[in-house]
Design a protein. Structure first.
Length: 107
C-alpha cells in the first residue's frame, strides 16, 4: 500500500505522485499526477507494477498545478503569485521574468 505524496515508478518507467487512494476501486485504487505534468490525474493499480522510489513535499509544482486545475488555489500558488506581484510593483523585472513562467505553467 502506498500513501499520499509517495513518488512511485510504474512498470512502463513513468513516475507518479500518489494524490489520492480510492479503496472502493480494487483494480486501480491509486490516483496520481506526473511529477513534470500539468496536473492531469491518472488512475493506476497493482497491475501497473508500481514501486515506491521516494516521497514529495506538498509544495511540489505538480501538486500546485493539480490544485489550480481543480479550482482551488493552494497556499504555495498564492505565495508564488504574491511574489510575482511584489516584484512587478517594486520594478524588479528580472525577478518577475523568472517567476512569470512558473505561474503560467500552473494554469
Amino acid at each position: 500500500m502506498f500513501q499520499r505524496l509517495d513518488l512511485v515508478r510504474l512498470a512502463n518507467g513513468s513516475e507518479m505522485i500518489v494524490t489520492d487512494i480510492k479503496r472502493t476501486r480494487p483494480a486501480n485504487p491509486y490516483v496520481g499526477v506526473k511529477p513534470r505534468g500539468n496536473g492531469r490525474q491518472y488512475k493506476f493499480g497493482p497491475k501497473h507494477g508500481p514501486e515506491k522510489i521516494g516521497t514529495v513535499d506538498e509544495s511540489h509544482p505538480a501538486l500546485i498545478a493539480l490544485s489550480a486545475r481543480t479550482g482551488g488555489v493552494s497556499p504555495q500558488m498564492k505565495a508564488l503569485l504574491e511574489s510575482l506581484f511584489d516584484a512587478v510593483e517594486a520594478g524588479d523585472l528580472e525577478k518577475a521574468a523568472g517567476l512569470a513562467p512558473l505561474c503560467r505553467s500552473y494554469l
